[in-house]
Write a protein that binds this ligand. Structure first.
Ligand SMILES: NC(=O)c1ccc[n+]([C@@H]2O[C@H](COP(=O)([O-])OP(=O)(O)OC[C@H]3O[C@@H](n4cnc5c(N)ncnc54)[C@H](OP(=O)(O)O)[C@@H]3O)[C@@H](O)[C@H]2O)c1
Length: 333
């Protein structure tokens, strides 16, 4: 059998170019005792992938040149040899990488519900972004009823879920998004109380308009100028959750906040989070998010594009914003 895999070919400076990766074909070896052949169906496209291809280590080691591009996946076990961790036909979520097949003993993979016809949800609201939103807003943001919660990247995988959870908990929730379509989406479809279009409006003035009494929790997915604007309007004891900073990922030097003295004045805290620190509690979050989805309290949106050959153009959608909800690349129909 022939595998198609996306190899990191060079380290980008700025926005990755198409030749950052190389799609190659390779014959798969025969399975050895205890190994499984997994066919990847869906690849998760995450902003973090941009950080993983930098030279420097962040919270996880960089993808090496010549290595398969790291990515979360949903795959199906299509062959096994001997005694294996999972059986033929099982659907697994794991770190399968951007490739059509992989041979594995099951490390980094866990089984998902095969009855669910919406498999991509396991790399979205019931996967890493869902876990990030859940623990980020509840445990790091420590939201309570009546809080004013501001969320950037609000129409994305993490932000859209964090906002909906904050609504369930009785907060007033304002989202920051790029474009009118997304602004309408988070209010009309997701039930946010207000939206700020950072591409059109003056973010500083709009935060004042939408949060006249200030912000209790700012859940930040984008960093840069938007973070700096939010800092101006903190309330006493506000919590800022640094979940991500996508506006900075393609910059050689990250732009830091100027208005940090607002933390001092307002006795506020600003704290970074990494979802993996909550791995021991994922099952708790999955159960609760599933219940909320079943009860119609949370809407989960996956934006799916097809073809491993289209990885690059699809990946760029994370940065140009041309997508809604969780970005997924389907590689098997
Ligand atoms: N800490 C953790 O453990 C953890 C785990 C998962 C994700 N994250 C972080 O959480 C954030 C959101 O991730 P996600 O998977 O949910 O991605 P996403 O929000 O689904 O996709 C990225 C979105 O970012 C917005 N964006 C892109 N460039 C921007 C810019 N220059 N300024 C403002 N917004 C910009 C775009 O939306 P618009 O059209 O609205 O601009 C785009 O759709 C990322 O920063 C990611 O790195 C952190």
């Amino acid at each position: 059998m022939i595998n198609k895999k996306l190899i990191l070919s060079k380290r980008p400076i700025g926005v990755p170019k198409k030749d950052t990766w190389n799609l190659i074909e390779e014959e798969l070896p025969n399975l050895k005792e205890g190994e499984m052949l997994i066919e990847n169906h869906y690849v998760s496209l995450d902003p973090a992938m941009r950080g993983w291809i930098n030279e420097t280590r962040s919270y996880i080691k960089p993808v090496a040149i010549g290595e398969v591009m790291r990515a979360g996946t949903i795959g199906k076990v299509i062959d096994v040899k001997g005694k294996t961790s999972f059986k033929k036909g099982d659907f697994l979520s794991g770190w399968g990488g951007v490739q059509k097949y992989l041979i594995s003993k099951g490390e980094g993979h866990y089984p998902i519900n095969p009855k669910n016809d919406n498999l991509p949800i396991y790399i979205g609201s019931l996967g890493m972004p869902g876990m990030t939103a859940y623990f980020g807003i509840l445990e790091e943001g420590k939201i309570k009823e009546g809080d004013v919660v501001l969320i950037s990247g609000a129409a994305g995988a993490v932000g859209s879920l964090a906002g909906q959870i904050a609504k369930i908990k009785g907060c007033k929730v304002i989202g920051i998004v790029g474009g009118e379509k997304k602004a309408n989406y988070i209010i009309d479809e997701l039930g946010f109380d207000g939206a700020i279009d950072y591409k059109k409006d003056n973010v500083i003035k709009d935060i004042k308009r939408e949060c006249p009494k200030g912000i209790d929790v700012y859940f930040d997915n984008v960093g840069g100028k938007i973070l700096d604007s939010a800092l101006i309007y903190l309330r006493m004891n506000a919590r800022i959750v640094i979940c991500g900073a996508i506006s900075q990922y393609n910059n050689v030097k990250a732009e830091g906040p100027n208005n940090y003295l607002s933390l001092l004045v307002n006795r506020a805290t600003m704290k970074g989070m990494i979802v993996f620190d909550y791995a021991h509690k994922y099952s708790e979050a999955m159960k609760e998010i599933s219940n909320w989805i079943d009860q119609g309290k949370i809407k989960s949106k996956e934006d799916i594009y097809y073809g491993i050959e289209n990885f690059y153009e699809t990946f760029l959608r994370l940065f140009n914003g041309d997508k809604l909800g969780k970005l997924v690349l389907q590689i098997k129909k």
